[in-house]
Design a protein around this ligand. Structure first.
Ligand SMILES: [Zn+2]
Length: 352
Protein backbone atom coordinates (compact mmCIF):
# COMPACT_ATOMS: atom_id res chain seq x y z
CA UNK A 1 0.00 0.00 0.00
CA UNK A 2 1.30 3.47 -0.84
CA UNK A 3 1.26 5.95 2.00
CA UNK A 4 2.45 9.42 2.71
CA UNK A 5 3.53 10.01 6.32
CA UNK A 6 3.27 13.56 7.64
CA UNK A 7 5.39 14.59 10.62
CA UNK A 8 4.52 17.96 12.13
CA UNK A 9 5.74 19.96 15.14
CA UNK A 10 3.61 19.14 18.19
CA UNK A 11 4.00 22.45 19.95
CA UNK A 12 4.56 26.02 18.75
CA UNK A 13 5.14 28.83 21.23
CA UNK A 14 5.43 32.36 19.87
CA UNK A 15 5.55 35.16 22.43
CA UNK A 16 7.59 37.74 24.28
CA UNK A 17 10.29 36.89 26.81
CA UNK A 18 9.84 33.15 26.55
CA UNK A 19 13.40 32.09 25.74
CA UNK A 20 13.96 31.26 29.42
CA UNK A 21 10.91 28.98 29.56
CA UNK A 22 12.39 26.27 27.34
CA UNK A 23 13.04 24.06 30.40
CA UNK A 24 9.39 24.16 31.47
CA UNK A 25 8.22 23.47 27.90
CA UNK A 26 10.42 20.35 27.84
CA UNK A 27 8.72 19.11 31.03
CA UNK A 28 5.30 19.81 29.47
CA UNK A 29 6.33 17.81 26.41
CA UNK A 30 6.97 14.82 28.68
CA UNK A 31 10.76 14.81 28.92
CA UNK A 32 11.57 13.53 32.41
CA UNK A 33 13.59 15.48 34.97
CA UNK A 34 17.14 14.18 35.05
CA UNK A 35 17.24 13.49 31.30
CA UNK A 36 20.14 14.86 29.34
CA UNK A 37 19.70 17.68 26.85
CA UNK A 38 22.32 18.84 24.37
CA UNK A 39 21.93 22.51 23.45
CA UNK A 40 23.64 23.73 20.27
CA UNK A 41 24.09 27.44 19.61
CA UNK A 42 26.22 29.66 17.41
CA UNK A 43 29.49 30.81 18.90
CA UNK A 44 28.95 34.57 18.69
CA UNK A 45 25.80 36.51 19.61
CA UNK A 46 23.51 33.48 19.83
CA UNK A 47 25.78 31.83 22.40
CA UNK A 48 24.24 34.09 25.03
CA UNK A 49 20.77 32.69 24.31
CA UNK A 50 22.20 29.18 24.17
CA UNK A 51 23.32 29.72 27.72
CA UNK A 52 19.92 31.14 28.76
CA UNK A 53 18.30 27.96 27.40
CA UNK A 54 20.86 25.73 29.15
CA UNK A 55 20.18 27.48 32.47
CA UNK A 56 16.41 27.22 32.06
CA UNK A 57 16.83 23.47 31.56
CA UNK A 58 19.18 23.08 34.54
CA UNK A 59 16.77 25.04 36.76
CA UNK A 60 13.98 22.52 36.27
CA UNK A 61 16.22 19.50 36.76
CA UNK A 62 17.61 18.58 33.34
CA UNK A 63 21.19 17.63 32.81
CA UNK A 64 22.03 20.24 30.15
CA UNK A 65 25.16 20.77 28.06
CA UNK A 66 25.89 23.66 25.71
CA UNK A 67 28.01 23.17 22.62
CA UNK A 68 28.72 25.91 20.07
CA UNK A 69 29.04 25.50 16.31
CA UNK A 70 30.36 28.03 13.83
CA UNK A 71 28.89 26.59 10.63
CA UNK A 72 26.65 23.83 9.33
CA UNK A 73 29.16 21.53 7.66
CA UNK A 74 29.70 17.78 7.37
CA UNK A 75 32.80 17.95 9.60
CA UNK A 76 30.94 19.85 12.34
CA UNK A 77 28.06 17.40 12.13
CA UNK A 78 30.57 14.61 12.84
CA UNK A 79 31.86 16.59 15.82
CA UNK A 80 28.33 17.09 17.18
CA UNK A 81 27.67 13.35 16.78
CA UNK A 82 30.86 12.67 18.78
CA UNK A 83 29.73 15.06 21.53
CA UNK A 84 26.38 13.26 21.55
CA UNK A 85 28.17 9.90 21.89
CA UNK A 86 29.84 11.18 25.04
CA UNK A 87 26.91 13.05 26.60
CA UNK A 88 24.16 10.60 25.45
CA UNK A 89 21.36 13.20 25.18
CA UNK A 90 17.64 12.34 25.20
CA UNK A 91 16.88 15.56 23.31
CA UNK A 92 18.78 18.11 21.20
CA UNK A 93 17.89 21.82 21.09
CA UNK A 94 19.12 24.18 18.37
CA UNK A 95 19.36 27.84 19.41
CA UNK A 96 20.31 30.27 16.64
CA UNK A 97 19.64 31.71 13.22
CA UNK A 98 20.28 28.72 11.02
CA UNK A 99 23.48 26.77 11.51
CA UNK A 100 22.81 25.54 15.03
CA UNK A 101 19.23 24.62 14.10
CA UNK A 102 20.39 22.80 10.96
CA UNK A 103 22.93 20.77 12.93
CA UNK A 104 20.50 20.03 15.77
CA UNK A 105 18.01 18.84 13.14
CA UNK A 106 20.51 16.59 11.33
CA UNK A 107 22.22 15.19 14.43
CA UNK A 108 18.90 14.38 16.14
CA UNK A 109 17.60 12.77 12.94
CA UNK A 110 20.69 10.55 12.64
CA UNK A 111 20.46 9.59 16.34
CA UNK A 112 16.70 9.03 16.22
CA UNK A 113 16.10 11.70 18.88
CA UNK A 114 13.63 14.58 19.02
CA UNK A 115 14.78 18.14 18.58
CA UNK A 116 13.46 21.58 19.48
CA UNK A 117 14.02 24.71 17.42
CA UNK A 118 14.65 28.00 19.27
CA UNK A 119 15.22 30.58 16.52
CA UNK A 120 17.03 33.80 17.45
CA UNK A 121 16.35 35.36 14.05
CA UNK A 122 13.85 34.84 11.25
CA UNK A 123 16.12 34.81 8.23
CA UNK A 124 14.85 31.67 6.40
CA UNK A 125 12.27 28.90 6.58
CA UNK A 126 14.60 26.27 8.08
CA UNK A 127 13.43 27.16 11.60
CA UNK A 128 10.38 24.91 11.26
CA UNK A 129 11.05 22.78 8.18
CA UNK A 130 12.09 19.14 7.92
CA UNK A 131 15.07 20.12 5.72
CA UNK A 132 18.53 21.24 6.73
CA UNK A 133 21.28 22.81 4.74
CA UNK A 134 24.77 21.41 5.10
CA UNK A 135 28.01 22.66 3.56
CA UNK A 136 30.47 20.30 1.93
CA UNK A 137 33.18 20.73 -0.74
CA UNK A 138 30.51 21.24 -3.43
CA UNK A 139 28.71 24.05 -1.63
CA UNK A 140 25.50 24.02 0.41
CA UNK A 141 23.27 20.96 0.07
CA UNK A 142 19.75 20.66 1.35
CA UNK A 143 19.09 17.37 3.16
CA UNK A 144 15.82 15.85 4.25
CA UNK A 145 15.75 15.23 8.01
CA UNK A 146 12.73 15.80 10.28
CA UNK A 147 10.81 18.81 11.62
CA UNK A 148 11.25 19.97 15.23
CA UNK A 149 8.92 18.49 17.85
CA UNK A 150 8.51 22.05 19.16
CA UNK A 151 9.32 25.59 18.06
CA UNK A 152 9.86 28.24 20.71
CA UNK A 153 10.13 31.65 19.07
CA UNK A 154 10.77 34.62 21.34
CA UNK A 155 9.53 37.73 19.54
CA UNK A 156 11.80 40.04 21.58
CA UNK A 157 14.90 38.00 20.80
CA UNK A 158 14.08 37.93 17.08
CA UNK A 159 13.16 41.64 17.10
CA UNK A 160 16.55 42.50 18.60
CA UNK A 161 18.43 40.61 15.87
CA UNK A 162 19.69 42.71 12.92
CA UNK A 163 16.79 43.90 10.76
CA UNK A 164 18.53 42.56 7.67
CA UNK A 165 17.95 38.99 8.88
CA UNK A 166 14.18 39.47 9.17
CA UNK A 167 14.04 41.10 5.73
CA UNK A 168 15.97 38.16 4.30
CA UNK A 169 13.37 35.82 5.81
CA UNK A 170 10.73 37.81 3.92
CA UNK A 171 12.64 37.30 0.66
CA UNK A 172 12.63 33.55 1.31
CA UNK A 173 8.86 33.69 1.94
CA UNK A 174 8.06 35.82 -1.14
CA UNK A 175 9.94 33.21 -3.20
CA UNK A 176 7.01 30.85 -2.57
CA UNK A 177 5.03 32.76 -5.23
CA UNK A 178 7.32 31.35 -7.91
CA UNK A 179 8.05 28.03 -6.15
CA UNK A 180 4.34 27.14 -6.24
CA UNK A 181 4.05 28.16 -9.91
CA UNK A 182 7.03 25.90 -10.71
CA UNK A 183 5.43 23.06 -8.78
CA UNK A 184 2.15 23.41 -10.71
CA UNK A 185 4.11 23.43 -13.96
CA UNK A 186 5.97 20.25 -13.00
CA UNK A 187 2.62 18.68 -12.15
CA UNK A 188 1.09 19.61 -15.50
CA UNK A 189 4.10 18.77 -17.66
CA UNK A 190 5.63 15.88 -15.73
CA UNK A 191 2.73 14.45 -13.75
CA UNK A 192 4.61 15.21 -10.56
CA UNK A 193 2.64 14.91 -7.31
CA UNK A 194 1.06 18.24 -6.42
CA UNK A 195 -0.63 18.98 -3.11
CA UNK A 196 -3.15 21.80 -3.20
CA UNK A 197 -3.22 22.13 0.59
CA UNK A 198 0.53 22.51 1.08
CA UNK A 199 0.78 24.81 -1.95
CA UNK A 200 -1.98 27.01 -0.45
CA UNK A 201 -0.18 27.14 2.91
CA UNK A 202 3.05 28.32 1.28
CA UNK A 203 1.14 30.88 -0.80
CA UNK A 204 -0.73 32.12 2.25
CA UNK A 205 2.60 32.88 3.94
CA UNK A 206 3.81 34.79 0.87
CA UNK A 207 0.55 36.75 0.64
CA UNK A 208 0.71 37.72 4.33
CA UNK A 209 4.23 39.08 3.96
CA UNK A 210 3.34 40.94 0.76
CA UNK A 211 0.31 42.50 2.44
CA UNK A 212 2.29 43.55 5.54
CA UNK A 213 5.45 44.57 3.65
CA UNK A 214 5.17 48.19 4.70
CA UNK A 215 4.78 47.42 8.41
CA UNK A 216 7.63 44.89 8.28
CA UNK A 217 9.74 47.44 6.38
CA UNK A 218 9.24 49.89 9.26
CA UNK A 219 10.46 47.16 11.61
CA UNK A 220 7.46 47.22 13.91
CA UNK A 221 7.46 44.57 16.59
CA UNK A 222 4.00 43.30 15.56
CA UNK A 223 5.43 42.48 12.16
CA UNK A 224 8.01 40.11 13.66
CA UNK A 225 5.20 37.78 14.68
CA UNK A 226 3.79 37.82 11.12
CA UNK A 227 7.15 36.80 9.69
CA UNK A 228 7.71 34.06 12.28
CA UNK A 229 4.24 32.64 11.70
CA UNK A 230 4.75 32.78 7.93
CA UNK A 231 8.06 30.92 8.22
CA UNK A 232 6.45 28.29 10.43
CA UNK A 233 3.62 27.96 7.92
CA UNK A 234 6.25 27.30 5.20
CA UNK A 235 7.78 24.60 7.40
CA UNK A 236 4.35 22.96 7.73
CA UNK A 237 3.84 23.19 3.96
CA UNK A 238 7.07 21.24 3.38
CA UNK A 239 6.22 18.66 6.03
CA UNK A 240 2.77 18.12 4.53
CA UNK A 241 4.10 17.92 0.96
CA UNK A 242 6.86 15.55 2.07
CA UNK A 243 9.32 17.65 0.05
CA UNK A 244 10.52 21.23 -0.30
CA UNK A 245 8.46 21.63 -3.51
CA UNK A 246 5.96 24.22 -2.18
CA UNK A 247 8.82 26.39 -0.91
CA UNK A 248 11.67 25.96 -3.35
CA UNK A 249 11.59 26.37 -7.12
CA UNK A 250 13.56 28.18 -9.82
CA UNK A 251 14.20 31.18 -7.52
CA UNK A 252 16.05 28.86 -5.12
CA UNK A 253 17.96 27.25 -8.00
CA UNK A 254 19.10 30.75 -9.00
CA UNK A 255 20.12 31.52 -5.41
CA UNK A 256 22.19 28.33 -5.15
CA UNK A 257 23.75 28.92 -8.59
CA UNK A 258 24.69 32.47 -7.57
CA UNK A 259 26.42 31.15 -4.45
CA UNK A 260 28.50 28.89 -6.70
CA UNK A 261 29.61 31.55 -9.17
CA UNK A 262 30.21 34.44 -6.78
CA UNK A 263 31.71 35.05 -3.38
CA UNK A 264 28.79 37.28 -2.41
CA UNK A 265 27.97 37.54 1.27
CA UNK A 266 24.32 38.17 0.44
CA UNK A 267 21.92 36.17 2.62
CA UNK A 268 19.88 33.22 1.36
CA UNK A 269 16.56 35.08 1.37
CA UNK A 270 18.09 38.13 -0.32
CA UNK A 271 19.25 36.03 -3.28
CA UNK A 272 15.94 34.13 -3.38
CA UNK A 273 14.03 37.44 -3.49
CA UNK A 274 15.94 38.71 -6.52
CA UNK A 275 15.65 35.29 -8.19
CA UNK A 276 11.95 35.34 -7.62
CA UNK A 277 11.50 38.69 -9.46
CA UNK A 278 13.17 37.22 -12.56
CA UNK A 279 11.38 33.85 -12.38
CA UNK A 280 8.02 35.61 -11.98
CA UNK A 281 8.81 37.54 -15.18
CA UNK A 282 9.37 34.20 -16.96
CA UNK A 283 6.12 32.85 -15.55
CA UNK A 284 4.30 35.92 -16.91
CA UNK A 285 3.09 36.86 -13.42
CA UNK A 286 3.10 40.11 -11.44
CA UNK A 287 6.87 40.49 -11.12
CA UNK A 288 6.55 44.24 -10.62
CA UNK A 289 4.32 43.73 -7.57
CA UNK A 290 6.86 41.29 -6.17
CA UNK A 291 9.71 43.71 -6.79
CA UNK A 292 7.91 46.61 -5.15
CA UNK A 293 7.12 44.45 -2.08
CA UNK A 294 10.84 43.67 -1.79
CA UNK A 295 11.69 47.35 -2.18
CA UNK A 296 9.21 48.38 0.51
CA UNK A 297 10.74 45.76 2.81
CA UNK A 298 14.18 47.21 2.15
CA UNK A 299 15.41 43.98 0.53
CA UNK A 300 17.82 43.93 -2.44
CA UNK A 301 16.27 43.93 -5.91
CA UNK A 302 19.40 44.42 -8.03
CA UNK A 303 22.74 42.73 -8.65
CA UNK A 304 24.49 45.75 -7.18
CA UNK A 305 22.50 45.52 -3.95
CA UNK A 306 23.37 41.82 -3.72
CA UNK A 307 27.04 42.68 -4.16
CA UNK A 308 27.40 40.65 -7.37
CA UNK A 309 28.32 41.59 -10.95
CA UNK A 310 26.03 41.52 -13.98
CA UNK A 311 28.18 38.67 -15.39
CA UNK A 312 27.66 36.62 -12.24
CA UNK A 313 23.88 37.06 -12.42
CA UNK A 314 23.87 35.98 -16.08
CA UNK A 315 26.09 32.98 -15.36
CA UNK A 316 23.93 31.94 -12.39
CA UNK A 317 20.80 32.18 -14.55
CA UNK A 318 22.30 29.92 -17.23
CA UNK A 319 23.52 27.42 -14.61
CA UNK A 320 20.45 27.33 -12.36
CA UNK A 321 18.69 24.40 -14.12
CA UNK A 322 21.74 22.16 -13.49
CA UNK A 323 21.70 22.59 -9.70
CA UNK A 324 18.93 20.04 -9.13
CA UNK A 325 18.16 18.51 -12.54
CA UNK A 326 15.27 16.44 -11.12
CA UNK A 327 13.48 19.60 -9.98
CA UNK A 328 11.54 20.72 -13.06
CA UNK A 329 10.85 24.47 -13.14
CA UNK A 330 10.11 27.29 -15.58
CA UNK A 331 13.80 27.02 -16.59
CA UNK A 332 13.03 23.70 -18.30
CA UNK A 333 15.55 20.93 -18.96
CA UNK A 334 17.90 23.02 -21.03
CA UNK A 335 17.85 26.19 -18.98
CA UNK A 336 18.11 29.68 -20.34
CA UNK A 337 20.57 30.89 -22.99
CA UNK A 338 23.17 33.53 -22.22
CA UNK A 339 21.38 36.09 -24.41
CA UNK A 340 17.96 35.38 -22.88
CA UNK A 341 19.48 35.54 -19.38
CA UNK A 342 20.93 38.95 -20.09
CA UNK A 343 17.63 40.21 -21.51
CA UNK A 344 15.74 38.84 -18.52
CA UNK A 345 18.04 40.50 -15.98
CA UNK A 346 17.85 43.83 -17.86
CA UNK A 347 14.07 43.70 -18.35
CA UNK A 348 13.52 43.20 -14.60
CA UNK A 349 16.02 45.90 -13.65
CA UNK A 350 18.30 43.42 -11.85
CA UNK A 351 21.18 44.60 -14.04
CA UNK A 352 21.55 47.79 -16.12
ZN1 LIG B 1 14.75 29.12 1.22
Amino acid sequence: MKFHAIHLPRFVLVGEDIVDSVGRVCLDLGFAKGSTVLVLSGNTSTRYFGDVVRKSLAEVGFNAFLDTVEESSSSLLERVLDVAKETKPNLIIGVGGGKAIDLAKLASFKLNLQFISVPTSASHDGIASPRASLMNERGALSELAHPPIAIIADVNVIYSAPRRLLVSGCGDILGKFTAVRDWRLAHKLRGEYYGEYSASLALLAAKMVKKDAEMIGRHRKESVRTVIEALISCGYAMSIAGSSRPCSGSEHLFSHALSRVSKTRALHGEKVGVGSIMMMYLHGGDWKGLRSALKVLGAPTTAKELGVTAEEVIEALTLAHTIRPERYTILGDKGISQKAAEELAIATGVID
